[in-house]
Design a protein around this ligand. Structure first.
Ligand SMILES: Nc1ncnc2c1ncn2[C@@H]1O[C@H](COP(=O)(O)OP(=O)(O)O)[C@@H](O)[C@H]1O
Ligand SMILES: CC(=O)N[C@@H](CCC(=O)OP(=O)(O)O)C(=O)O
Length: 296
């Protein structure tokens, strides 16, 4: 090891971050923390530190979390299978109770605890708290034969976001808190809806006119046909990859909600490997980044 170079390298790394720190100062960054990146203790701690680091340098992080695998494990213990259609969990009333218990009672409180143990002031919220997320029932549609109307599929108590109460988030942020949001919503007839966490993160980012939306997932980012990581992609390129089937499965709702939030005023969206320690810092504060950046 060269003893002169090492401290210089450290200084250069810090300096590389400076333009980004300046650009993002006092801006909002919405981070979706997915269920797959939550299984490893070290990863959880590195996530909490990244969020806190952002807060301390003057960025306003807002966390939206998933918990699909955790819900699946709990359902299994109770002898219930998970069933997904087009990436959405089929949610009957009994499943909804378990979804709420796992997301709001367990996963949310765990993330709040992790951030607070690192010295932050995280506040956990479900979509019902302070009327944060109003939702309406989400019906899926499936194309049938040509020239016939698409089939409408009822998947139970699954919702899509109608409105986000940004006043509540903004007042928490103003007072130095880090909002940690569980993806459930309330309906106008008192129902509780299960909402895909990517969709909630996209809606929160749009409503807050966030600087960035960062989706942490369990792959390196968006991959091309050859399986190579794409660093940056624009609207047309993304739509082309959906059209030719390169993007499908769980990546499809992710890129769709990224494009929607970009159209609605979010500056940049990122899909990043949540299995990589300090993924958020590496994506935000280095020139190269580590995942896929989407722009329009
Ligand atoms: N072009 C693509 N690039 C990367 N992943 C893709 C692509 N097309 C489909 N996928 C799938 O999308 C998955 C990510 O979505 P998902 O499993 O729902 O993530 P999460 O649980 O983190 O929300 C990947 O594991 C991969 O199987
Ligand atoms: C409707 C629907 O599918 N809701 C999701 C909510 C959690 C989620 O989205 O978690 P991940 O981001 O970890 O997958 C579910 O029940 O699994």
């Amino acid at each position: 090891m060269n003893t002169i170079e090492k401290p210089m390298e450290k200084a250069e790394i810090l300096l590389e971050a400076l333009p980004y720190i300046r650009r993002f100062y006092n801006r909002t960054v919405v981070i979706k923390y997915g269920g797959h990146a939550m299984v490893d203790e070290e990863l959880k701690q590195s996530f909490a530190r990244d969020v806190l680091m952002m807060k301390y340098i003057g960025i306003n992080p807002v966390v939206v979390h998933g918990g699909g695998p955790q819900i699946g494990t709990f359902l299994k213990k109770l002898g219930k299978d998970s069933r997904f259609i087009q990436g959405m969990r089929v949610t009957d009333e009994e499943t909804m109770n378990i979804v709420e218990m796992v997301l709001v009672g367990m996963v949310n409180k765990e993330i709040v605890g992790l951030i607070n143990r690192e010295g932050g002031k995280a506040v956990g919220l479900s979509g019902k708290d302070g009327n944060l997320i109003s939702a309406v029932k989400y019906y899926l549609s499936a194309e049938k034969a040509k020239d016939t109307p698409p089939e409408i599929i009822d998947i139970g108590l699954v919702g899509k976001v109608k409105e986000i109460n940004t006043d509540l988030i903004n007042s928490l942020v103003r007072d130095g808190f880090i909002p940690v949001i569980a993806p459930t919503g309330y309906g106008e007839n008192g129902e509780t809806f299960n909402i895909n966490a990517d969709l909630v993160a996209g809606a929160v980012a749009s409503a807050l006119k966030a600087e960035k939306l960062i989706l942490l997932t369990d792959v390196a980012g968006v991959l091309n046909k050859q399986g190579e990581l794409i660093n940056t992609m624009n609207n047309e390129e993304t739509l082309g990859m959906i059209e030719d089937g390169t993007i499908d499965g769980g990546m499809f709702p992710k890129v769709k909600c990224c494009l929607k939030s970009l159209r609605e005023g979010v500056h940049k969206a990122h899909i990043v490997d949540g299995r990589q320690k300090h993924a958020i810092l590496l994506e935000m504060f280095t020139d190269k980044g580590i995942g896929t950046e989407l722009v329009i």
